[in-house]
Design a protein around this ligand. Structure first.
Ligand code: CAA
Length: 283
């Protein structure tokens, strides 16, 4: 199937980045959210990020204008019905995602491919709640979407080859690289990244190093672009904790137990950059 139009559900940090890269690559994008404010904020963010690319001569001002014109927004989920591909990037809660798919399904064409940008929820389980498990897969972008090269493509147990190939073509068309992952808790990137972040929090919790020394050690000692605690603040400590819980529950191994300090920060509402406070103070 030749994908031309994409419906993106959720206009948050991931959703607006996904709309951005698809539009630059020539796809018609319909971006949906439940709040008009979120949609306006998303368009402003896309404008700003495109401008950044213009100023760095990655794209021209004309490319920016064409990309922006390709992005339409809607508050009505059902308007996404005629899209060839759906990428769901709503809140990382299974009940929210399944409710979105249930509302959307009666309006979709039979050949439409359904995907989720989930970072850790089982693709097989999400797919089983739809009428098309063979046309369902994980389409997991990394943050910040316009910059990060990787997309994880996760097959559920029933995903067919045509669906995988169609999604792979989209990843290639947007100039990114796909990593194929099987559907096990947290897939590949977060299976490896989150235990490292969790270990960095344990390193802080046990007094082995300060926030600064832990981050500096990994930046200068392992050439990571961000220290693990800075990265945790960037991702969101609630997201990090949720993914550790998925690993802990799904793999039943104590090596994945979330650090009590991570839990405490989340309980305090110190979720990182988005709340202006996490391991660092952004106020
Ligand atoms: N949109 C467009 N371009 C952007 C951008 C955005 N939102 N953010 C940064 N950029 C561009 C900048 O314009 C700049 O471009 P040039 O190379 O052309 O100059 C480049 O990215 C680097 O940006 P900066 O110079 O502003 O800042 P930096 O060098 O400190 O890099 C960073 C910022 C790219 C975020 C870098 O620190 C980094 O790679 N950090 C690690 C990010 C990471 O690990 N992400 C994965 C998180 S895990 C995940 O997403 C999975 C999950 O499910 C939780």
């Amino acid at each position: 199937m030749d994908i031309k139009s994409v419906g993106v559900v959720g206009a948050g940090q991931m959703g607006n980045g996904i709309a951005h890269v698809l539009a630059v690559a020539g796809y018609d994008v319909l971006l949906n959210d439940i709040s008009e404010d979120n949609l306006s904020r998303a368009l402003a963010q896309i404008d700003k990020n495109l401008e950044r690319q213009v100023s760095r001569e990655k794209i021209t001002a004309e490319d920016k204008a064409t990309a922006l014109a390709r992005i339409k927004t809607t508050l009505k989920l059902t308007d996404l019905g005629p899209s060839d591909l759906i990428i769901e990037a709503a809140t990382e809660r299974e009940t929210v995602k399944t409710a979105i798919f249930e509302d959307l399904l009666p309006h979709l064409k039979p050949e439409t491919i359904l995907t989720s940008n989930t970072s850790s929820i089982s693709i097989t389980r999400l797919a089983s709640r739809t009428d098309r498990p063979e046309k369902f897969m994980g389409f997991h972008f990394m943050n910040p979407v316009p910059v990060m090269q990787l997309v994880e493509l996760i097959r559920g147990i029933a995903t067919d080859e045509q669906t995988y190939q169609a999604c792979l073509k989209v990843v290639e068309n947007i100039g990114k690289t796909a990593a194929s992952a099987e559907d096990f808790p947290a897939f590949i990137v977060n299976r490896i990244l989150m235990p490292m972040i969790n270990e960095a929090v344990y390193t802080l919790y046990e007094g082995v190093g300060s926030v600064k020394s832990i981050d500096e050690s990994m930046k200068l000692g392992a050439n990571h672009p961000m220290g693990p605690l800075e990265l945790a603040d960037f991702i969101g400590l609630d997201t990090c904790l949720a993914i550790m819980n998925v690993l802990h529950d799904g793999l039943a191994d104590t090596k994945y137990r979330p650090c009590p300090l991570l839990t405490k920060y989340v309980e305090a509402g110190w979720l990182g950059r988005k709340t202006q406070r996490g391991f660092y103070d952004y106020r």
